[in-house]
Design a protein around this ligand. Structure first.
Ligand code: WTA
Length: 668
């Protein structure tokens, strides 16, 4: 095991070995399912022909492609490269042209209870207007646009407007701080930022625009910003500072814009978006996705994994558009498939803990896609809460973002799914663009806690340190052995990092960074990250990024961060810090330690965002290091998880762990 191998993964593995329950699809569900067992056979017989068929069936091409895959410049793939298309046309216009303009695309539910229904025809007009507005602000094909918005209809419109003119969008999650926003804007060299005055969060307006103002303000040592304009959606009506020459109200810009717009037909490999995600270093990676292959796999997976019937289903994915799940399964997948979906702005417990179930009942949601953390939170609140609502419309449930423990899986199925709905546990990543490993409802007998099988068209395996496939029953690293249409095409501006991160561990195959196990049937069980990436409530956070935020505070000399198992959030951020000499006794008593903890947590929130705040910060006199100076996080994780500290013999100074443990046992 490598030094930083997750021990959570190992504990998880022991529990999972006892899981033997299996839920075969009902004959009724199987009979009506979009996916049939033959899909696997078709893909196995000729993988490229299979993907070419999906691309032709699910996507409308302006110019048809003649070559499916060009892998000659591996690891940068080119899929359907000589075809041309437009993502927004595929998501919206073609449905209107097919006579489906009156179909509801979005049922919007604001947190305060305001609602809005948007048909495909209305969406088309709004997207065209927004595209014209962006063009009027000087945005051209290829320019980058940063989107920093709450979960409101305009977020979807903004993304599609960018896609319409071939301007790659880079959505930054609204919970990220001004500093995090600044670095993402700078890395993408964005020309325009689209934001809002604010959004509603836990019953109150929460401002967004001030973070944009701060991110764009001149800063010592930073290059002047490339941003020329800021488009501002009015959502909360709160007071907003205004920079006359730069800021433009979204409603003003759209009002004066034409309601028709000719989409820019781009090549299949034209960049569709950049999405920043945490890696193992302090600097977030701008994951680059292109158009044709991404759309093909987003639509294919959405249709087959969720068994979408566009005419009758009401689909709801609870993810924020700031994450990849929001890109593929709120915007592109569902809209390409002509789905009717729910978008909800707020938190699950505002104004009460039954809000989600109230929404399911109100809109008769039939497909629900959410994260294990949310399910565990609902479990904690108690099953009497969902029991108050009529959830009988639900017919497929999905899970994503982190391993789902069998208990949460069973609760999800029984309490939310009425013991009748299939559950799809979908494994994928920002990098993979779309779902890669998942049961198919109507085909796979589901096992609680396992993502089970690569989808038809995907080749995945679990390998050992030498890249040999492990036998059934064995554990190792998850790899993807063949290129797939929605794979990332690189890291924005850093091809070398792309190769080093994903393709150098096992030459020629994609290293996902996840540990996994194959059970006796050959089904895959995901066990968590094997690198310095944490997964907190399904959000990816980098230990190094939080460590650099901590050491940027004047009182901190050194910091080490670990992800400790947490019953609710999967993992929780625990930080160990050494204070600088002159501040060392600030944490000497309980009050001092609490004050230091608060100050540092707020500092991390400012540097990265509230989601990265450590749950606990422990002030220690030393950190455990190997002779080569590498921090042994494994030992710190033992402390954070209240376990007996493991083998410490490779430490440069083996007494360090005793020092740390002794210090922590002091009442503090
Ligand atoms: C984890 C989210 C187990 C995994 C779509 C992966 C999962 C990381 C699952 C990607 C799942 C996602 N079971 N683990 N069903 N889905 N993960 O980029 O560690 O935010 O590498 O993409 O989440 O997180 P990302």
């Amino acid at each position: 095991m490598p030094e930083n191998e997750s021990t959570t993964a190992q504990t998880g593995l022991e529990n999972l070995l006892h899981e033997t329950r299996s839920f075969p699809p009902s004959p009724e569900f199987a009979a009506q399912a979009n996916a049939k067992p033959e899909l696997y056979e078709e893909a196995r017989a000729d993988r490229l022909a299979f993907w070419a068929r999906q691309a032709n069936d699910l996507v409308t091409w302006r110019t048809p492609f003649t070559e499916t895959l060009d892998w000659s410049q591996a690891p940068v793939a080119r899929w359907f490269a000589d075809g041309t298309l437009n993502a927004a046309y595929n998501a919206v216009d073609r449905h209107v042209e097919a006579g489906l303009g009156d179909r509801v695309a979005i049922h919007f539910e604001g947190e305060p209870g305001d609602t809005r229904t948007v048909t495909y025809a209305e969406l088309q007009r709004d997207v065209a207007r927004a595209a014209n507005a962006l063009a009027a602000l000087g945005v051209e094909t290829g320019d980058r646009v940063v989107i920093y918005l709450p979960m409101i209809v305009e977020a979807v419109v903004a993304m599609l407007a960018c896609a319409r003119i071939g301007a790659p969008h880079s959505v930054v999650f609204g919970g990220f701080s001004a500093d995090a926003l600044r670095s993402r804007i700078a890395d993408a060299e964005a020309k325009v930022v689209i934001t809002a005055d604010g959004g509603y969060r836990r019953g109150a307006p929460s401002a967004l625009k001030p973070a944009v103002d701060e991110a764009l303000a001149p800063k010592e040592g930073a290059e002047p910003t490339t941003v020329e304009h800021v488009l501002v959606v009015r959502r909360t009506g709160q007071d907003t500072a205004w920079t006359e020459s730069r800021d433009v109200w979204w409603h003003d810009a759209l009002e004066s814009a034409d309601t028709t717009h000719t989409p820019v037909w781009v090549e299949a490999e034209h960049p569709l978006f950049i999405l920043y995600t945490s890696g193992t270093t302090g600097k977030p990676k701008g994951i680059l996705h292109t158009t044709g292959g991404y759309l093909t796999q987003a639509a294919y997976t959405h249709r087959n994994v969720f068994d979408l019937k566009a005419e009758t289903d009401v689909y709801w994915c609870t993810a924020d558009i700031g994450w990849v799940t929001g890109h593929s399964y709120v915007v592109y997948g569902p809209l390409l498939n002509g789905a009717t979906q729910v978008i909800y702005e707020g938190t699950p417990d505002s104004p009460h803990q039954g809000r989600w179930w109230e929404i399911v009942e109100k809109y008769k949601v039939s497909i629900l896609y959410t994260a294990p953390t949310a399910i565990r939170a609902c479990m904690k609140w108690g099953e009497e809460i969902p029991a108050k609502f009529d959830l009988s419309s639900l017919r497929v449930l999905g899970s994503v973002g982190e391993p789902i423990n069998p208990e949460a899986w069973m609760w999800y199925r029984r309490v939310i799914g009425g013991d009748r709905t299939p559950i799809v546990d979908t494994w994928w990543q920002t990098e993979t663009g779309a779902i890669m490993i998942s049961p198919l409802p109507g085909v796979t007998a589901a096992k609680p806690g396992s993502a089970q099988v690569p989808l038809p068209g995907i080749v995945a395996d679990v390998v050992d340190d030498e890249a040999h496939a492990v036998p059934n029953g064995g554990g190792g690293y998850l790899v993807l052995s063949e290129p797939w249409p929605s794979m990332l095409r690189g890291i924005w501006g850093d091809l070398q990092r792309f190769t080093d991160t994903y393709w150098s561990r096992f030459p020629g195959i994609y290293f996902a960074g996840d540990g996994a196990k194959k059970d006796e049937d050959g089904d895959i069980w995901l066990l968590g990250r094997v690198d310095d990436v944490m997964n907190v409530s399904g959000h990816r956070l980098s230990t190094t990024e939080i460590e650099s935020a901590l050491v940027s505070h004047e009182i901190v000399a050194e910091a080490a961060v670990v992800g400790a198992s947490d019953d609710l959030t999967g993992q929780a951020v625990v930080a160990f810090v050494i204070l600088r000499g002159e501040h060392a006794d600030r944490a000497a008593d309980a009050d001092g330690a609490a004050a230091v903890q608060t100050e540092l947590r707020n500092h991390v929130a400012k540097e990265i965002g509230p989601i990265a705040k450590p749950k606990r910060i422990l002030v220690v006199p030393e950190l455990p290091k190997t002779r080569s100076g590498k921090i042994m996080r494994r030992l710190l994780r033992d402390v954070a998880e209240n376990r007996t500290v493991g083998d410490a013999t490779t430490l440069a100074d083996s007494s360090v762990m005793e020092l740390i443990s002794a210090g922590l046992q002091k009442p503090s």
